[in-house]
Design a protein around this ligand. Structure first.
Ligand code: ATP
Ligand code: LTN
Length: 322
């Protein structure tokens, strides 16, 4: 029986929103008392589409601090930046040779992100090989990700199986773990679409570092449904259901008020505002503690200590001199 080893990654691009927090980051923090938990800020994945260098560097620090403020505890979990551990790119290169163009061509994220673009990088096409490397380097058993990443985790399994059958048992086959609740927080402007960092309409998402007063306004003007009943009904009342979900996820309790949309929205706005004030206090404490560089340095060293024996095993198997 394999020990539970969890690996997940998050790109340092765009502003993290409460959807990312509820659907991903908070769940990572909640699971860290059990097994080995590894969280990676995947800056090398981020450059598969154009990035401004200064912004990328700043976002990498910002996301690291957000993860710490969300409760990722480096006494329990491993937290590091992908480019700080060269094994990721190195194994990614090897894995390239056990994946076919056809396999990568079937990836829906690639299709979506490349559509209509004048310049599509090889990196964007090859993104899943690097992601497979992230996962396979650590004998990962579970990969908590959103629904959209399931196909990439399947591909990591496929390449692991191909490698294992050619060279003997080398990689553990990972499984994706999709959250059952809070897996999809929806846009405040269109509750049939998920809340997204890349939504051009800024009113659809609430950023974790956004001014709490502006977040309040967004909740108050969120799209609701016809009728006046405040009840969970994703089919007929997606707007109200989304706000009920946000309310319960951020407050830890169910809404028990009456059927008045105005009152209900005020209650949700109160919860969101309080959540943001508390979260941002923790975020600022992390920044002021001056520990970020130390955390990242230690994360890089610890991750390398775990990944490097695996890389050497692979190198040896394919015939590199080690
Ligand atoms: P984009 O929409 O621009 O692709 P994103 O907001 O979906 O970005 P990602 O970086 O792709 O963010 O996702 C980071 C993590 O947050 C993933 O595990 C993803 O499943 C989760 N996540 C993203 N959006 C939501 C959402 N609306 N509700 C719940 N979880 C989400
Ligand atoms: N592709 C993922 C981020 C990611 C990841 C990983 C997730 C990169 N490497 C390894 C899990 C495991 C995304 O865009 N959410």
């Amino acid at each position: 029986m394999n020990k539970k080893i969890v690996f997940s990654g998050i790109q340092p691009s765009g502003d993290l929103h409460i959807g990312n927090y509820i659907g991903a980051v908070r769940q990572w923090a909640a699971g860290q008392n059990d097994g080995l938990n590894i969280f990676c800020v995947v800056d090398m994945h981020a450059i598969t589409v154009p990035q401004d260098p200064k912004t990328l560097a700043q976002k990498t620090r910002e996301i690291t601090a957000i993860l710490l403020a969300s409760g990722i505890d480096t006494e329990k979990s491993l937290l590091f930046v992908q480019s700080h551990n060269p094994d990721h790119a190195n194994l990614g290169w090897v894995l390239n040779n056990y994946l076919s163009m056809g396999q990568l061509n079937r990836m829906t994220q690639y299709k979506e992100k490349s559509e209509g673009k004048e310049f599509v990088s090889v990196g964007l096409f090859d993104y899943p090989a690097l992601m497979a490397s992230d996962i396979l380097l650590y004998d990962t058993t579970e990969v908590p990700v959103g629904d959209d990443q399931k196909q990439h985790v399947e591909l990591a399994r496929d390449v692991a199986e191909r490698f294992n059958s050619k060279y003997g048992e080398t990689f553990v086959l990972p499984e994706s773990k999709i959250p059952k609740v809070g897996g999809r927080v929806m846009s405040l402007c269109d509750p049939t679409k998920k809340m997204s960092k890349s939504d051009p309409n800024p009113n659809g998402a609430i950023g974790l570092l956004e001014d709490p007063k502006s977040a309040r306004k967004k909740i108050m003007s969120a799209v609701t449904d016809s009728g006046s009943e405040v009840k969970m009904d994703w089919v007929n009342k997606p707007g109200i259901s989304n706000l009920l979900e946000i309310y319960s996820q951020l407050s830890g309790k169910e809404y028990v008020g009456g059927n008045n949309y105005g009152e209900f929205k005020t209650a949700v706005a109160d919860v969101v505002e309080k959540f943001l004030i508390d979260f941002q206090k923790k975020y600022n404490e992390v920044l002021q503690s001056g520990k970020l560089d130390e955390v990242l340095k230690e994360g890089a060293q610890k991750s390398y200590a775990l990944s490097h024996p695996k890389l050497l095993e692979v190198y040896k198997k394919v015939g590199f001199l080690v």
